[in-house]
Design a binder for this molecule. Structure first.
Ligand code: NAD
Ligand code: MG
Length: 394
């Protein structure tokens, strides 16, 4: 039996993870589940999976949750409140695998703690890797932790890498990664209409059902930018070795191009339970609950380059990785603030790259040598982005 801790259990990835856990209750035991504010979902999950620990980050919701379970069959469960508790449950001795599925920078410290503690880290939270880059990858190497990518593209690439490949190491025979993208909901929307699209339109992804933040990132293609940075770190590649390919059908989830001209692709229905089950069963395989791919239903597959005029966020991410140092952290922080402001209808969709570009212009790419420097850059970039948003508010 493996013990699993699911950070961000109530989100889209968390729910899909529990769906896979349910199918393999003989192999996985849920040790801890965490939520920020959604205590109703957490409560239902606790009733079903009986974890030893439940964490609620928000203090008011945590108190409410404690009152809710008093006198119920969950009364003996340990309830911890606050962000520090995320690190505590991610590093418990009884935990073998940690699903890092909190959204945004809020997931950094717990994902990093799992890496430092030598856990098997199932990494969905790409923002933490983008922010902490080399520090995160070094922590994995130093502790002997196993890092398995959950992001569908990176999981696909991992599956296409040479046998026995370990994340963060060289694969000299792999010369290029073809990183696929669906193109999101605005792939063909007339450019002039983009300034008036609403949050509901932006989160209505054509192929994937995801949380609101990553859905907006997919619409701006910042998601692909973050994934490009993620891929450089996970597969030890230079940005020039990664080609972004728009593939609207989302059947191929990415490809690896080898020196002999072979191109290996991983395909499947667009359902996150596939990469989750792959990582949970690794190096074996088990059922994910996803229906077999109907290859005749696919009919055809298209591939096109990404238009950087339409998707300036992708260009900004490329600039951030080239600059290096704290710049990916700044990019990520400014993006998180801009996306939140767009979702709150404070700025327009087309203001998102403006906020990020103007924020990045305020920083130089100083080395990101320590976690303290990274957290400080994150804080300052958020402040900058907030200031810029005040000048743009609609
Ligand atoms: P979501 O919004 O559905 O869920 C987010 C989870 O994080 C929730 O459980 C929430 O309680 C928790 N959370 C939010 N703010 C928090 C905070 N301040 N402190 C602690 N916990 C907090 O998001 P999601 O779509 O499940 O995405 C999670 C992560 O996985 C993101 O980094 C995303 O980029 C990545 N990812 C998601 C998908 C997908 O299909 N949803 C695919 C690839 C990668
Ligand atoms: Mg992805």
């Amino acid at each position: 039996m493996k013990g699993i801790c699911i950070l961000g259990a109530t989100g889209s990835i968390g729910v899909s993870t529990l769906d896979v856990v349910k199918r393999h209750a003989d192999q996985y035991q849920v040790i801890a589940l965490t939520a920020n504010t959604n205590i109703d979902t957490l409560y239902a999950q606790c009733l079903e999976f009986k974890p030893h620990y439940a964490v609620v980050v928000n203090a008011d919701k945590g108190a409410e949750f404690k009152a809710k379970i008093a006198g119920t069959e969950l009364a003996d469960m340990q309830v911890l409140i606050g962000a520090e508790a995320l690190v505590e449950v991610a590093t418990l001795d009884s935990v073998d695998s940690v699903m890092a599925a909190i959204v945004g920078a809020a997931g950094l410290l717990s994902a990093l703690a799992a890496a430092q503690a030598g856990k098997t880290v199932l990494l969905a939270n790409k923002e933490s890797l983008v922010m902490s880059g080399d520090i995160f990858m070094q922590a994995i190497k130093d502790s002997g932790a196993v890092l398995l990518p959950i992001d569908s593209e990176h999981n696909a690439i991992f599956q296409c890498m040479p046998a026995n490949y370990t994340a963060g190491h060289d694969a000299p025979t792999a010369r290029r990664i073809l990183l696929t993208a669906s193109g999101g909901p605005f792939r063909v929307t007339p450019l002039a209409e983009l300034s008036t699209v609403t949050p509901d339109q932006a989160v209505a992804h054509p192929k994937w059902d995801m949380g609101r933040k990553i859905s907006v990132d997919s619409a701006t293609m910042m998601n692909k930018g973050l994934e490009l940075i993620e891929a450089c770190l996970l597969f030890n590649m230079q940005p020039e070795q990664i080609q972004v390919v728009i593939h609207p059908q989302s059947i191929i989830h990415s490809m690896v191009d080898y020196i002999d001209g072979s191109v290996l692709a991983q395909m499947g229905n667009p359902d996150m339970r596939i990469p989750i089950a792959h990582a949970m069963a690794w190096p074996e395989r088990f059922d994910s609950g996803v229906a077999p791919l109907d290859i005749f239903g696919v009919q055809h597959m298209d591939f096109e380059p990404a238009d950087l005029q339409r998707f300036p966020c992708l260009r900004l991410a490329m600039e951030a990785i080239s600059a290096g140092g704290i710049m990916p952290t700044v990019l990520n922080a400014a993006n998180e603030i801009a996306v939140e402001s767009f979702l709150n209808e404070q700025i327009r969709f087309t203001d998102i790259p403006v906020v990020i570009e103007q924020s990045m212009a305020q920083f130089s790419a100083t080395p990101a040598k320590t976690l303290a420097l990274i957290l400080e850059a994150d804080r300052q970039a958020r402040e900058q982005a907030e200031q810029i948003i005040k000048t743009l508010e609609v």
